[in-house]
Design a protein around this ligand. Sequence first.
Ligand code: CA
Length: 230
Amino acid sequence: MTAEADPATVLVIEDDPSLNAVLAATLQAAGYRPVKAGTAAEGLRWFAHYAPDIVLLDLGLPDRDGLSVIREIRSKSAIPIVILSARGSEAVKVEALDLGADDYVQKPFGVDELLARLRAGLRHGVQARGSLPVVETGDLKLDMEHRTVAKAGVPLKLSPKEYDLLCELALSLGRVVPHRDLLRAVWGSERAEIQYLRVYMGQLRQKLGAELILSEPGVGYRLASIGPQL
Ligand code: CA
């Protein structure tokens, strides 16, 4: 496993060209690699071509029912699918989830909400694929599949919030995760008090070791990437 992950590829299947353009710009600014598709056929073609990490799917597409797109992707892959759903279509949302979609955001949605769902979707995708269930840095071992944390082989007990924060940091091992992203991912809102973050990070630092949890003042936190000790 490398410390610097490639940017995740996000396939956006959405026939509204202005929304699709806004989404692509937003995703790019947030560090993702967006791939745009305006029809189901194009979406499935780019799905095969780019092997994306996650799919954002509008259900109202001009050429095919979005639900059939879910079915087709699910017949080939377990990658996370987040639905962009219109208001007032509860039954369709339920059907989409039953067919194997992972989550939905309701239009009109805010950028913050969309990015939070994407991060959650990618985290679940990573767990489902099992490609990154275990992160090791220094003497710390985090097993996301089994939800265990150990330091120098000794199991650690973390509170749920501490654990979630550690996972957020571990998925960006070696990179700074902005305060607002941590607040959004763990408290569901970036308006949550930054003071909470300081308190929980202080606790994590005590449990894990100050050398692992690094503060970047005014920016965010970083889980230090420390190679195996010889
Ligand atoms: Ca549409």
